[in-house]
Each structure stands twice: as structure tokens, then as C-alpha cells.
Design a binder for this molecule. Structure first.
Ligand code: FES
Ligand code: FE
Length: 350
């Protein structure tokens, strides 16, 4: 993963009055709410004997370890050691690391890194989430794959006729018209035009005529957010998939997604949104989990015109890897990267 970014690690609704464990690149964090409902994030490891604090419980603004009952305040400082006699001072080292958290767009965002707040990359925008014209569903699934491969699949406009031919157009219509990529420091996005999804399932009920094309605006917000905005080219009907692809470790990605639609906004249609997203996941999973190298290589592989958006993503990843923000494997041993931004000496990934 890359440090110094905000990671959407959990749904807001999942963090209530019990401690909640989340994992990022093998590191466990505990989330809980204080008395004001503010989410607190600490390293999930008691400084005393290493028990997971998430196995304990919340008391007011504090969390209590389940093993010997040490109590920690929301800034991570231990404020009570039950086994000590009254008046015995608490050791200064008795604290666990606290982390910055924000709650936005239905997610808890955790900042992992060492940048001061004014220099941090922003939390990606998702303004439709708070707009009542959109109906939201959410879900999650796990991949036995590195998150960069998962993110790239959400930027890949040429796989749909092959991997998703049940819902999308047929593989005989696989040509990808040229598209433009917009890129800034944290985001790459492109609007792609293609044959529309088939009028199947509920879509058949609401889309009354065949259309020549529809569009998909595909976006990555570095390092791990996919946004897929489908416009069905029919009465303004649109669907937005916003997914946090959480790097659990080098081999596992947990995707927590929110899907918004501005048509059939009644609750009874939720199952169809979920089903379409889950079906798509199973179709992608088979291919993505087979990819080697596991991590997208930052040079090498053959990228063609239809892969321009993936190329932009790789350029952005590379920029931050070269800046020293990589935690874990990005296919380039960090010692071999020239810090002046020139071509790296080694291009293979294991
Ligand atoms: Fe947490 Fe002992 S391990 S109090
Ligand atoms: Fe796909």
C-alpha cells in the first residue's frame, strides 16, 4: 500500500458502541465511538502483553483491554492499571498509537502516514452520496489478489465483452473507441463510450428501447478507490459504484463498496443492484486472482491505446513509490529506484 493517504477502512454503520477491528497491510487497528459519537482509531495491540484491544470493551471515551483491564483514553494514553495499588504512577510508555480518522460518505477514513494534516492528499469526493435523489446499497467481498490488480480491473474498458458478456455487449463488439484521460496529483479519470449493457433483468423493465451507445466514466482516486459511473443514455438513468479496495496484506484485498442509482429508487429494487454487483465480482474474481505478477508492474507488460487509463494509474503509483511512500511490494526493489525520477533499473515483480 502507499502511506500518506486516507483509507476508507469500514462502513460508518459498522462502528457502533463495540470496538471494531480493521486491518491494513497486516496491521490491526481498533475503531470505536466515544461518548460524542466521534470515531477513535488506535493500534489494536495492548502495550502491556500485546492482547488485541478490540477484544475488550468501550467505557465512556476509553477502551479497556480484555486481558488485565488496562484502560486507554482516546489519545492512546493508558489512564488506569487495575493491578497497581492506589497512587502508583502509570508508566509514561504505557500508551498505544492513535490515528486520525474522518467519517464521510458512509465510510470511516483512516490516515496512515507521517504528513501533517495540511499536506495530506484529500479524501476523494463522492457528493452524490448525500443527495437524496440517489438510492444507496452497499456490500463487500474479498479477493485473493493484490489491490492494484483489483483497482486496474475497474479502469479496464476492454475486458467487459469477454469477462462480463452476460450483462454487457458481446465479444464481437470489443473495439474501444479512443478516449481521453484526465489526471491530477491523486486521480485519473476517463469517459469511455461503448455499446450499452444488455436490456436484461430490471433494466428491461425501465429502459424501453435499444440505444446505440452508453458511457462509463471510470476513475481511480489514489491509491485504492474505484469509481465507475454508468450513464445508460436513457432518461438520465445512472449508476455509480464507489469502492474502497482495502489492502489487507500483499495477497488479500477486501472491497467495501457503495452503489448509488437514480432510477428505481424503491427499496424492493435493492436486491437487483446487489446482484448485478456481486455477479460482476464473481466474473472478475476468476481472472484477477490468476494474474501474475501479483502486483501491477510499474514498467513492463504491454499497454495499448485502450489501456491508457491503467497507464495513468501506473504513472501515479510510480510517482509515490519513487517518493518513498510504498509499504510493501510494488515490483521495484526500492533500493534500485533512482530518486531523480528517471527510469527504474529493475522492472520485474515476484
Ligand atoms: Fe492488555 Fe495486559 S495485555 S492489560
Ligand atoms: Fe470487471
Amino acid at each position: 500500500m502507499l502511506k500518506n493517504f486516507w483509507y476508507a477502512v469500514e462502513f460508518s454503520a459498522a462502528v457502533r458502541d463495540q470496538p471494531r477491528q480493521v486491518r491494513l497491510m497486516g496491521q490491526d487497528y481498533v475503531l470505536y465511538r466515544d461518548r460524542q459519537g466521534q470515531v477513535i482509531a488506535l493500534i489494536d495491540r495492548c502495550i502491556h502483553r500485546g492482547a488485541a484491544l478490540s477484544g475488550g470493551w468501550v467505557e465512556g471515551d476509553c477502551i479497556r483491554c480484555p486481558y488485565h483491564g488496562w484502560r486507554y483514553a482516546s489519545d492512546g494514553k493508558c489512564v488506569e492499571v487495575p493491578a497497581d495499588q492506589t497512587g502508583v504512577p502509570i508508566p509514561k510508555r504505557a500508551k498505544v498509537e492513535p490515528f486520525s480518522v474522518e467519517e464521510r460518505y458512509g465510510f470511516i477514513w483512516l490516515f496512515v502516514g507521517d504528513l501533517p494534516s495540511e499536506q495530506r492528499p484529500p479524501i476523494p469526493p463522492f457528493p452524490e452520496f448525500d443527495d437524496p435523489a440517489w438510492r444507496s446499497v452497499s456490500g463487500e467481498y474479498t479477493w485473493n489478489a493484490h489491490y492494484t490488480r483489483v483497482v486496474e480491473s475497474g479502469l479496464d474498458s476492454s475486458h467487459a465483452p469477454f469477462v462480463h458478456s452476460v450483462f454487457f455487449h458481446h465479444r464481437n463488439d470489443a473495439e474501444v473507441p479512443p478516449y481521453e484521460v484526465q489526471i491530477d496529483d491523486w486521480t485519473a479519470t476517463a469517459k469511455t463510450i461503448s455499446k450499452p449493457p444488455k436490456r436484461a433483468g430490471l433494466l428491461k423493465l425501465i429502459v424501453k428501447r435499444d440505444r446505440p451507445f452508453s458511457s462509463a466514466t471510470l476513475t481511480v482516486h489514489l491509491p485504492n478507490i474505484n469509481r465507475i459511473h454508468l450513464d445508460f443514455n436513457y432518461r438520465g438513468f445512472q449508476y455509480i459504484y464507489f469502492a474502497s479496495n482495502i489492502p489487507i496484506d500483499e495477497h488479500t484485498t477486501l472491497t467495501k463498496w457503495i452503489g448509488l442509482r437514480n432510477f428505481l429508487t424503491q427499496p424492493w429494487a435493492d436486491w437487483n443492484s446487489r446482484k448485478n454487483t456481486n455477479d460482476t465480482y464473481y466474473e472478475d474474481k476468476a481472472v484477477i486472482e490468476s494474474q501474475v505478477p501479483r502486483v501491477v508492474p510499474l514498467t513492463g507488460e504491454i499497454l495499448i491505446a485502450s489501456d491508457s487509463l491503467q497507464l495513468a494509474y501506473r504513472k501515479l503509483l510510480r510517482k509515490y513509490v519513487e517518493q518513498g511512500w510504498a509499504i510493501g511490494d510494488y515490483g521495484i526493489p526500492t533500493g534500485l529506484i533512482e530518486t531523480n525520477g528517471k527510469q527504474a533499473a529493475v522492472v520485474t515483480a515476484g
